[in-house]
Design a protein around this ligand. Sequence first.
Ligand SMILES: Cc1ncc(COP(=O)(O)O)c(C=O)c1O
Length: 432
Amino acid sequence: MTWFAPYPLFLVRGEGTRVQDADGRWYEDMIANYGALAHGHNHPALVGAVTGQMARGTALGSPVPLQYEHAERLRALNPSLERVRYCNSGTEATMWAVRTARAYTGRDLIVKIDGGYHGTHEWGQVNAFFAPHRTVPPHLPGVPEGRLASGVALSAAADVVAIPYNDVPTATAVLRQLGEQVAAVVVEPVLGVGGGVPSAPGYIAALQRLTRETGALLVLDECATLRLGPWQVKHGVVPDLTTHSKIIGGGLPLGAFGGREDVMALFDPSEPHPIYHASAFGGNCLSLAAGTAALDHFGAAEIAHLNFLGDRLRRGLNTAAASVGVAGRSVGEGGLSYFHFGNTPPRDAADTARLRAGREGLRSLLHLSLLNAGFLTAPHGLLCQHVPTAPASVDALVDAYVNALDDLRPYIAVHHPELLEADPVGTRQDAP
Ligand SMILES: Cc1ncc(COP(=O)(O)O)c(C=O)c1O
């Protein structure tokens, strides 16, 4: 994820909204550690919380009050977390949520989104966005084939059915046919790595109805979208289970999963055969102290500012591309944005793949041009800001896109002339 040709930047420090590379150059940070940070680097309250806790102990090998302190703040943001448990990462949070759903339903099958990203465990690397190492036939006609990342066991695909994002008819057909075997439908409310695709209005609610009909659980992966508010609160959907990570750790590794009390009761160690949850550093004091301080500085004003910056950036980038006559669109929701070449916003990961196909060189040149202009952005197009990011920095990034796209016009004219024509991509028009 962090490698790019000809060689990646090595960064040596972060200060506020800027980062410095090993050659001493400073960049405005427009990735925020792939959306995992919200408060900039070296925020005094977070530094204070971590150094203070370091002196008191990092992992005490017991339950700690900090778990409750953090959970109270997290639940204030996301009331669907009637019970919450801690782990070390988003990968672990989604792994645990699915295990919880399997224990609760007694079923094995998971329905996930084609191109959905939930981390690096086995099922998460089936139909993830990346180019597959091998493929297996689809479970049902009309759904994508199983695509496995390198090193993932073939057996992992047996328990995973991938469905296209934003496609209610396919979700309905799959759940009506396989519903009695399905433990969980796992979904991101904004398809992140799959291209920053927002869910269409009513899509997540439709998945919720289908899971209720079939007795499966809806697992909403909000690891990336807590920065929106979280998404489920903004849109009034209450899933059975939710996963959070990234900004909840205030810059340190922390994952959380939780939801319905009756489901989470399966972890009760005083009952026979609880779900066995062990982890040497899960819910450790240092991450919880940093995360608690971070959530103390993540209220309505901070969330509104991040969403304001994201909206401003996407509007600016769409105008920027139009102003230089290059087909380009910025998509996403709130403080989570992506930039794609092409005129039509993607509706699912297959659209994103089409928008990117054959354009690796162009995307790399854009990324390197932005670096030269002093902006750290993600090679795959992700753009995230920090709470202390000023609107003027977002406007300066938009100007840097105008200059980069303008400089690239001669290259685009030779290699991608379709991007200089009106609506060249031919993907669907009804995307969200
Ligand atoms: C939606 C989502 N789920 C899960 C993960 C995995 O989180 P981690 O990298 O902490 O394992 C990510 C990370 O990018 C994510 O965006």
